[in-house]
Design a protein around this ligand. Structure first.
Ligand code: NDP
Length: 674
């Protein structure tokens, strides 16, 4: 036994070629003759060592399988057995790598490897078959096995920089969750293909229903029918009729309906917050305090504005005057993202309805539930039928809206690529567009800042809603003089954060929206490590107890980041903060602006002159001085550069939901030359 352990040590340290009988004997303190006596040639000893490693995984898998109660848990047991911390370490990994290099040339090693693979595949296949059809089970089992090997290989080749046991397990789990969800979804139905012939531009295959999942538990919450061309056409026709009557009401009348809706939202705050938490995985302490309330505040704000909508009077001398009328656009559409489903539906519908438009709203496929509740509430508040309607579906349903000739404006919250697609689609009917897109915003902490406030700002700007906030300040530039202290304070406060069941009022960090999204976030964390960022805290999935069923990722901070790292350039939309050090004001402004995005920016300093000077130079639509991520309805919100077009909230949004009519009024006879 001791000789086998020594062999594994030797393989890990000096590799296959250096592991000779003499070397093993030297390490074990015995004579080479004794080693040869027990194991014959070197290959015999290596085969025994390989068997030992493979057996360790098998024993581990057996133990875990004995505890697993469902087919899904058994699949997880196999993943965890292969990637668990007991096996997934540098010594074992390098030894495996050495063996794999020889498998094709040494018959004994090949036998061990074949048996190990066969066992893993047959276990996986038999459990997967209980969840998905046979052929799909076979191919998913092969994919899982390939990914396990791939993760080992990449980890070993990167000297264990690229992944640790936890993130490797996270990656595989997210992959399996994603594939299973995909494979258990209802298959495409006939008749949902787009009629326009531009089917090639679709971003996902047509499907006939939306399965709604709680990302904290994997539980199914609802199954909704997808709305296709017929339903969208019908909604537009209904909206067109309803809009005319709605626009004919006075602003004050419209305002009263909206006020009642805001009141109902407040009354139903807890019930709606719970639904939002179940669907998004966000902590109930957030959804109760923010999601519903900020929607209600927005509706109240525009309810108050509705009666005050007005054009201008223009004096054109004694013989004429002019005036402008601010008129509704007609039927408009809103398309929402999944991070603040109810809030987004309110932010879009409130100004639209206040101005006399009718709105058709499509929530994100992952979070379609609270928009339906909002429609109920509007109806109960007295909004005429057809003025606010919800259609459900995937990107194709969104496209039906952005391409519809009967819709005059589209307001999207989503990714940059979706913004471009929507704008392209809207061009054919010259629709107006408001685009609230992604960001990679800078948060700058100068040396004279109130450091504890700056830390609070950075925490709010990175970990609220598990980091799934478009305006997050994920590039945290900290002045060299305070960086070390800043990091220490961050670490202490993050270590005390409570990650847990989103429905538990103590929970401060809930689940990410889906397994696929978690996979993307974990992948970027792995890239951060591989590219040399220093992990301060977090860095992986949280799977303690029941959290293992959900998509939980620990709040993560990277220090020693550089401007060209992927984690610094790409929007992660998860709980990952990158800290970057800077020296001078001009330098930090240039670095903060060196991004295609321009959604938000923050500055922490006690030097007021500097605060305004710096903010004026930052290329961002929404900025904060000595705070971060606070969005009062009175302040317009939106981005510049690739982060979007137009504004939501504030008086500015009224301009995006109305069009001007200019009227010339003659007060004298006409002088005509003919
Ligand atoms: P997506 O862009 O993937 O989706 C947004 C919405 O657009 C969804 O309802 C989606 O439907 C729909 N959609 C997708 N493709 C098309 C298309 N071709 N035509 C019409 N509609 C389409 O964004 P996410 O839902 O993933 O949200 C995350 C993104 O939103 C992040 O980039 C984030 O920064 C951004 N965001 C921006 C905010 C802002 O105010 N600036 C606020 C919040 C988020 P389906 O979901 O069914 O595919």
């Amino acid at each position: 036994m001791q000789l086998i352990e020594v062999t594994i040590d030797s393989l890990a340290e000096v590799g296959y070629v250096g592991t000779t009988l003499a070397e093993i004997a030297r390490r074990a303190g015995v004579s080479p003759g004794l080693v040869a006596h027990y194991f014959g040639e070197k290959d015999g000893l290596l085969e025994a060592a390989f068997r030992k490693l493979a057996r360790a995984v098998a024993v581990n898998a057996r133990k875990r399988l004995a505890l697993a109660r469902t087919p899904r848990a058994r699949v997880q047991a196999i993943i965890d057995a292969n990637l668990g911390p007991e096996n997934f370490d540098k010594r074992t990994g390098i030894a495996w790598l050495a063996f794999w290099g020889q498998v094709l040339h040494v018959e004994g090693l090949r036998r061990v490897q074949t048996a190990y693979q066969r066992r893993m595949l047959s276990n996986l296949r038999s459990d997967l078959r209980r969840m998905i059809p046979g052929e799909a089970a076979r191919s998913l089992a092969a994919m899982i096995a390939a990914m396990i090997d791939g993760v080992w290989l990449r980890a070993a080749l990167s000297e264990w920089q690229e992944a640790d046991s936890e993130s490797a397990q996270g990656l595989l789990t997210a992959f399996v969750e994603g594939r299973l969800r995909e494979l258990t979804r209802p298959q495409p139905a006939d008749g949902l293909e787009l009629a326009s012939g531009r089917v090639g531009a679709r971003t996902a295959p047509a499907r006939d229903s939306v399965r709604v999942i709680n990302p904290a538990t994997g539980e199914e919450l609802a199954l909704l029918a997808v709305d296709g061309p017929a339903q969208v056409d019908a909604a537009v026709a209904r909206a067109r009729l309803a809009q005319q009557a709605w626009a004919a009401k006075t602003g004050a009348e419209r305002g009263r309906v909206l006020q009642r809706a805001a009141g109902l939202l407040r009354e139903r705050n807890d019930e709606l917050a719970e639904l939002e938490t179940r669907n998004t995985g966000k902590p109930i302490q957030e959804t109760r305090a923010v999601d519903v309330v900020s929607g209600a505040e927005c509706i109240e704000y525009y309810a108050g504005m509705a009666a005050g909508l007005a054009g201008e009077h223009l004096d054109l001398g004694p013989k004429a005057f002019g005036y402008t009328r601010r008129e509704p656009l007609g039927v408009v559409a809103g398309i929402g993202a999944w991070n603040y489903p109810l809030q987004i539906a309110c932010w879009k519908s409130a100004p639209a309805l206040a101005c006399g438009n009718a709105m058709i709203f499509k929530p994100a496929e992952l979070t379609p539930l609270t928009a339906v509740k909002l429609a109920e509430i509007y109806r109960e508040a007295g909004l005429p039928d057809g003025v606010f309607q919800v259609v459900q579906g995937y990107a194709q349903t969104g496209q039906l809206l952005s391409r519809h000739a009967g819709i005059r404006k589209i307001s999207l919250t989503g990714e940059v690529s979706t913004g471009k697609a929507v704008m392209t689609d809207a061009a054919a009917s010259l629709k107006q567009v408001t685009l609230e897109l992604g960001g990679k915003s800078p948060l700058i902490v100068f040396g004279d800042a109130h450091l504890e406030n700056a830390v609070s700002g950075a925490l709010l700007g990175n970990f609220y809603s598990a980091g799934e906030v478009c305006s997050n300040g994920t590039r945290v530039f900290v002045h060299r003089s305070v960086r070390v202290e800043f990091i220490e304070r961050l670490r202490t406060r993050i270590a005390a954060m409570h990650i847990g069941d989103p429905l538990d009022p103590r929970t401060q960090v809930g689940a990410l929206i889906s397994a696929e999204h978690m996979q993307k976030v974990l992948g970027l964390i792995a890239r951060g490590r591989a590219q040399g960022a220093r992990l301060v805290i977090g860095g992986g999935r949280v799977t303690t107890g029941a959290l293992g069923r959900g998509c939980f990722v620990a709040p993560t901070v990277f220090d020693a980041c550089h401007d060209d790292m992927d984690i610094v350039r790409q929007e992660i939309f998860g709980p990952v903060m990158s800290v970057l050090e800077f020296d001078g004001e001009e330098e930090v402004i240039a670095r903060a602006n060196a991004t295609e995005f321009g959604l938000a920016a923050g500055v922490f300093t006690n030097d007021l002159t500097r605060a305004h000077r710096v903010i004026a130079q930052l290329e961002a639509g929404t900025c904060w001085i000595n705070h971060y991520n606070i969005t009062p309805i009175e302040l317009p919100f939106g981005g510049v550069k690739m982060s979007g077009l137009g504004r939501e909230n504030g008086r500015a949004a009224l301009e995006h939901y109305t069009q001007l009519k200019s009227v010339y009024v003659a007060m004298a006879d006409i002088e005509a030359p003919y």
